[in-house]
Ligand binder design. Sequence first.
Ligand SMILES: [Zn+2]
Length: 187
Amino acid sequence: MRALVIVDVQNDFCPGGALATEHGSMVAEQISELVHAPSQDYRAIVATQDWHIDPGDHFSDNPDFVDSWPVHCVVGTGGAEFHPAIDAERLDETFRKGEYSAAYSGFEGHAASDVDTGLARWLRERGITDLDVVGIATDHCVKATVIDALREGFGVRVFAELCSPVTAETGETALEEMTTAGAVIVR
Ligand SMILES: [Zn+2]
């Protein structure tokens, strides 16, 4: 059984946001089409959210854009909310990560409705064996989530056109790394 995992499609990662990726809004619209497609038969649809309160040196006034970043996705701000194209009513659960430290992978998060339940357990409890992963950013949180999913034993497909990278070049490198790790890239 297969689930759709929508990674960090939040306003701060879309054009106009604090840490915008060029294709963020376009990807959000296309993910919405996938979610609402009559033919989709996902056992579950979940999303992750970068969800910062005080994540320490994840934030910096002089970010290196590798380990430190401008302030983004602060709980209670519009930047932390899903892009408007993402229909929260269609999500079976949201997994939040990064309250007090950097967290790139959705598997570091916990269910919004139950802080004791992580993504891997939640999926296994529903008999889910395979994942389709989409979202932002290809070269950071999508990659980290995909690598962890493979490590947890899930089969993983990545829809490359439904992922938004920080740069095209680093996005392609990330997709190559995901392939090497065992993911199937769908273009
Ligand atoms: Zn963050």
